[in-house]
Design a binder for this molecule. Structure first.
Ligand code: CP
Ligand code: NVA
Length: 308
């Protein structure tokens, strides 16, 4: 069994196999004939626990649907309703859940919760987002880029705004999939240098450029995310908005990238804040494919975790 905790902690060959598997399953759902060897319900007789300590639309629905499409069943649990939210340790929760279910997906705050769950669970654990990373999202994003533009290796990706959890997983992916990443945002919100160092150590060119227009020159993919993440204090909202306003992705900024540059956003988006509706709904945006691909990518991740 394999845990899927982070992109930089997963073998490059496994990451590639997951993306290929996701493409394959998507093609089959879109009508490509099945081979005699295709197992359509590898999760038959499997129960999957989906634990949420933060809100979610895409992660919740795409995992739930994905498990069912693979023939398994799900149990969606809110952290607050579990004893976990009332003092039971993560380790004890992990041990108990492992006696009932075959796979655990958790969305939580501190990454240590995910790590402890993985340490004490005897079934695979999947990271459904922490304050520090969001690997399932970026697997879907790599898949989406490659569907539209071919291999992501060697491409230029530009992250605009807050160097947050989603940006962190993009840095991990830059190292593992071999693309370059330019971060453009205020110095106070730079990504963690540990993750910049990881990507550079794997040979990716990672640049920090304060001028968003310079940053997007030659970009193949432009990315935005919310200016206030779920783990950020609401009291910091105004300060963050003031710092981040120059990094809004709007038509002028997209015009400074390559003409065929794609735009992606993990969603939920705040239209008129980090991105304009003109860009979200414009010809370069692939946000709905990106959201759909969460389903396919996560099905492939679950199969990899369970060796199915
Ligand atoms: N992108 C993403 O993870 O969305 P949700 O918060 O709706 O799950
Ligand atoms: N950075 C955002 C991503 C939401 C999917 C957050 O953590 O709230």
């Amino acid at each position: 069994m394999n845990h899927f905790l982070d992109i930089h902690k997963t073998d490059k060959a496994d990451l590639r196999a997951i993306i290929d598997g996701a493409r394959d399953m998507k093609d089959r759902r879109n009508g490509r004939p099945k081979a005699a060897t295709d197992d359509e319900t590898p999760l038959k007789d499997h129960m999957v626990a989906l634990i949420f300590e933060k809100p979610s639309t895409r992660t919740r629905v795409s995992f739930d649907v994905g498990v069912r499409q693979l023939g398994g069943q799900t149990m969606v649990l809110s952290g607050a309703d579990m004893q976990l939210g009332h003092g039971e340790t993560i380790a004890d929760t992990a041990r108990v859940l492992s006696r009932y279910v075959d796979l655990i997906m958790i969305r939580t705050f501190d990454e240590s919760v995910l790590e402890e769950m993985a340490e004490y669970a005897s079934v695979p654990v999947i990271n459904g987002l922490t304050d520090r990373s969001h690997p399932c999202q970026i697997m879907a994003d790599v898949m989406t880029f490659e569907e539209h533009r071919g291999p992501i290796k060697g491409k230029k990706v530009v992250w605009c705004g807050d160097g947050n959890n989603v940006c962190a997983s993009f840095l991990h992916a830059a190292g593992q999939f071999g693309f370059d990443l330019t971060f453009t945002g205020p110095v106070q919100l730079d990504p963690e240098m540990e993750f910049v160092g990881f990507a550079r150590g794997e040979g990716s060119k990672v640049l920090i450029e304060r001028d968003p227009f310079k940053a997007v020159e030659g970009a193949d993919l432009v990315l935005a995310d919310t200016w206030v993440s779920m783990h950020d204090a609401q009291s910091a909202r105004e300060r963050r908005h003031n710092m981040l306003r120059p990094y809004q992705v709007n038509r002028e900024l997209m015009d400074a990238a390559k003409p065929d540059a794609l735009f992606m956003h993990c969603l939920p988006a705040h239209r008129g804040e980090e991105v304009t509706s003109e860009v979200m709904d414009g010809p370069n945006s692939v946000i709905w494919d990106e959201a759909e691909n969460r389903l396919h990518a996560q099905k492939a991740i679950m199969r990899w975790c369970l060796n199915k």
